[in-house]
Design a protein around this ligand. Structure first.
Ligand SMILES: *Cc1c(COP(=O)(O)O)cnc(C)c1O
Length: 500
């Protein structure tokens, strides 16, 4: 048998397009897309034929001379050359092309703000509001009452101010951009004093010293890794007069100094310093700022709005931190606030308006979809009980060990009913907040440990990842754990299905 012979067997594209299934598909998706898919399948087949080596060809020829068995094998081989088979392959290809790269999955890791899994899942009303606002035109920058141009910054400004006690607010793309614009607007050409214990790296290339350099502000580090006193900040302050006397003339390295622009505190979001430690409190920094007429900036990071200490979360919250008199504070929208990705800046009006006018504001502005999701999330906070009930992140944190045990019991029943061959055992686990927030907090949780007697945990884990709706579990002591804190109750059937 020759390759030419095989190539000649490839069906013609217009013949394939006459297949009933493709005619129907063409009406739905357009003939252009379908023809394209068919062409691509044929071209693949052609390449496969050209790639056959001598041994493959010899095998085909041998089959042709091998009586009944060979004939059957050849028939099977040539089935892929039939128009119906090519049509089917083209339809499958079209479906695959349509599959979007961003899709939902099930988080069974027990880590609530999983950075790799999209951080905070937003609440149902936020999703509804995104659809409502984005499918039509909106008042994003239009004042309907006055019939004049409006500002997108005003959309949630009042609501944030009301909830946090701030004078004004501004929303940007994420907290990294918030840090950047705050430093650029308040510290460009000036020194900003930060404790050496707080020069954090958040992830990726986000390091406070690097962001500071990008913003045009000059970092002045004070204190040590484990101890920084408020007096350390005070000693580092450079006044206009001090700069005018050019003190660097006496510095053997001749390091130029600049006037101090602000004092800055960065929350240790993703690490703890324990042991022999000391840090300046917000209150102390505010007092020092007042004394020297310097603004105090607090990069709070996590965006916790409510006091959640009764659930084991001893983190500062936004209103409490602001009430110390902080001038500018910034945090993420998609960490403990439980909303969409955003960076929220709150504080004194005179500083916030400087940021709104800064050229970077345009580069960092957020879309109507973000405002829609954020506003619908924020209104929940008008009643803390509603926020705890409706915002998934808060709801997951608030779940008690008993709640989790009962939830794990329900999941185990559904798994066993759908998969009689599997074992599903309840075990205690420690869940985490994650997302670079509250690194030391461990929540008492429960998981369903799934086994089938033979297969390894790694093999079950792999299968779950490859399900139609992937389930991301956790392996511990060679057992596959499905931690129920982060699984939504309406996903239980999908988890059972994925295990089939
Ligand atoms: C998370 C975090 C950031 C970065 O916020 P993104 O929203 O991820 O850009 C900055 N500073 C602190 C203290 C943080 O915790």
């Amino acid at each position: 048998m020759k390759k030419n012979e095989l190539l000649r067997r490839l069906p013609k594209i217009d013949e394939i397009m006459k297949e009933e299934s493709l005619i129907v598909l063409s009406e739905k998706k357009g003939a252009l897309l379908v023809t394209e898919a068919v062409r691509s399948v044929i071209s693949n087949m052609r390449q496969n034929i050209l790639a056959l080596d001598e041994e493959d060809m010899a095998q085909l020829s041998a089959a042709a001379e091998d009586g009944e068995a060979g004939k059957a094998a050849l028939e099977k081989f040539f089935r892929q050359f039939e128009t119906s088979a090519v049509a089917e392959a083209a339809a499958v290809r079209l479906l695959q092309d349509e599959e979007l790269n961003l899709y939902p999955l099930i988080n069974a890791t027990g880590t609530i703000l999983h950075t790799n899994l999209g951080r905070a899942p937003i609440c149902a009303d936020a999703v509804k509001n995104v659809a409502r606002v984005s499918r039509s035109y909106s008042d994003l920058e239009y004042n309907v009452i006055k019939g004049t141009r409006g500002s997108r910054h005003d959309l949630v400004g009042n609501l944030i101010a009301e909830l946090t006690g701030a004078e004004d607010a501004m929303v940007v793309n994420n907290n990294a951009s918030a840090t950047m614009i705050v430093l650029a607007a308040m510290g460009a050409g000036k020194e900003i004093i930060v404790s050496r214990g707080e020069l954090v790296e958040i992830g990726g290339a986000f390091r406070i010293p690097d962001i500071m350099a990008q913003s045009g502000a000059f970092l002045t580090e004070v204190g040590t890794s484990n101890k920084t006193k408020v007096s350390d900040y005070e000693k580092a302050i450079m006044t206009k007069e001090m700069v005018a006397s050019e003190p660097w003339k006496n510095d053997p390295r001749g390091i130029r100094r600049f006037e101090t622009g602000a004092l800055m505190k960065v929350h240790k979001s993703n690490y703890d310093i324990v042991g022999f430690t000391e840090e300046a409190s917000l209150e102390e920094l505010v007092e020092l700022g007042k004394k020297h007429d310097l603004p105090v900036i607090f990069d709070m990071g996590n965006g916790l709005m409510l006091d959640m200490s009764e659930y084991g979360l001893n983190e500062p919250n936004i209103p409490a931190s602001l009430s110390t008199g902080i001038d500018v504070m910034l945090f993420s929208g998609d960490k403990l606030l439980g909303g969409p990705q955003a960076g929220i800046i709150v504080g004194k009006k005179k500083y916030i308006s400087r940021m709104k006018k800064h050229p970077l504001a345009r580069a960092m502005r957020v879309d109507k979809m973000t405002f829609a999701a954020l506003e619908a999330t924020l209104v929940k906070y008008k009643d803390p009980a509603i926020a705890l009930r409706d915002i998934p992140v808060l709801n997951m944190i608030a779940g008690s060990s008993d709640d989790m045990k009962a939830k794990a019991g329900r999941l185990a029943e559904i798994i066993k009913a759908a998969n009689p061959g599997l074992t599903a055992e309840l075990i205690e686990v420690k869940d985490q907040i994650g997302g670079g927030s509250a690194p030391s907090v461990r929540l008492d949780g429960w998981a369903v440990a799934v086994g089938d007697g033979g297969r390894s945990a790694a093999s079950i884990e792999r299968r779950l990842r490859k399900a139609d709706v992937p389930v991301i579990g956790r392996i511990h002591d060679d057992r596959l754990l499905l931690c129920v804190r982060t699984i939504f109750e309406n996903e239980f059937d999908l988890v059972a299905e994925a295990l089939k």
